[in-house]
Design a protein around this ligand. Structure first.
Ligand code: NAD
Length: 284
């Protein structure tokens, strides 16, 4: 293997320590802890794990957390009312609705109701629009985490060719906007793309966010590229896999993220960073 590993666990640990210090200095100055509210609807096992992680992360850095676990048949109106309440709650700086929601709920309309200044997931149309217009405020967590991994390589990325695989509202689209803002020449491949291999093989930076194991064979990777694997699939034995054939790709890449332990911890820490920014009123 020639690639250097981008160890998201280690980088995120350092970032959490910095957040914890900031929370302590706020407390010493008589300021309240940042507050994160998480709304979980129903009993999706993966969502329950993600919410447990969020609560644990909040504890570690000294944030106040408020997890509301609602029944799977909560109505759109009930959910809207809860969000309106959290929007008014001065102890809450960040509101996150754990997706996916049960099919009878309109997730996009629910997200629209979150105060953009408390949208610490960075998915409200206001915040995505601000990113598109090069005036980012609260940035989507996974792309924000990926940008910090890229920064960690020390490679100047302005002018590089970047290919994002996946075009979802949560990950692929804001990822492309982040890379564009950083001065990359961005290509987005998605399920209708005719030649994803060609889009990947010229890229200096590859970010794959699909959720299909072995989608990106190692021989697609340009020698010396930075490879960021966002995708997650779980096999029958419960083991996690990314989209990229890791061993082969690591023979060619200069930098690569493992799965697990690459992007996941950075997504989590980005949520904490956003909550701190919101608490400090730095999101206008
Ligand atoms: P999504 O299903 O909403 O979007 C998947 C995207 O992949 C779509 O835009 C689709 O067009 C594209 N796609 C599907 N098949 C393709 C193909 N054969 N070639 C090219 N593109 C294809 O998923 P999402 O929410 O964007 O998440 C993507 C993956 O990232 C999932 O595995 C998810 O679990 C993972 N994820 C990881 C983190 C993390 O922190 N590590 C965070 C968010 C999502």
């Amino acid at each position: 293997m020639s690639a250097q590993i981008l160890n998201g666990n280690a980088i995120a640990r350092e970032l959490r320590a910095g957040i914890r210090e900031r929370v302590e200095s706020r407390a010493a100055a008589g300021e309240r802890p940042p507050g994160l509210a998480v709304i979980l609807v129903g009993n999706d096992p993966a969502s329950e794990i993600y919410v447990r992680h969020k609560r644990k992360d909040c504890e570690e850095v000294g944030f106040h957390s408020n997890v509301q676990h609602l029944s799977a048949n909560v109505t759109q109106e009930d959910l809207a009312e809860r969000i309106a309440h959290l929007n008014r709650d001065a102890s809450i700086d960040g509101i996150l609705v754990q997706l996916p929601l049960p099919g009878h709920l309109d997730a996009a309309r629910i997200i629209d109701l979150i105060d953009p200044a408390k949208d610490v997931d960075g998915v409200h149309p206001f915040n995505i629009g601000r990113l598109a217009l090069r005036r980012p405020t609260l940035r989507s967590c996974t792309p924000k985490g990926v940008m910090q991994l890229l920064e960690h390589t020390g490679v100047p990325i302005r002018g590089l060719d970047a290919t994002v695989i996946g075009a979802s509202n949560h990950v692929g689209r804001p990822m492309g906007l982040e890379l564009l803002l950083a001065g990359c020449t961005v290509t987005t491949a998605h399920k209708f793309s005719r030649d994803t291999r060609a889009a990947v093989s010229h890229a200096d930076i590859v970010v794959s966010a699909v959720g299909r194991r072995d989608l990106v064979p190692g021989d697609w990777i340009k020698p010396g590229a930075i490879v960021i694997d966002v995708g997650i699939t779980r096999d029958d034995a419960g083991k996690l896999h990314g989209d990229v054939c890791f061993e082969e790709a690591a023979e060619r890449a200069a930098w690569i993220t493992p799965v697990p332990g690459g992007v996941g911890p950075m997504t989590r820490v980005a949520m904490l960073q956003n909550t701190l920014l919101a608490a400090e009123g730095l999101v206008s």
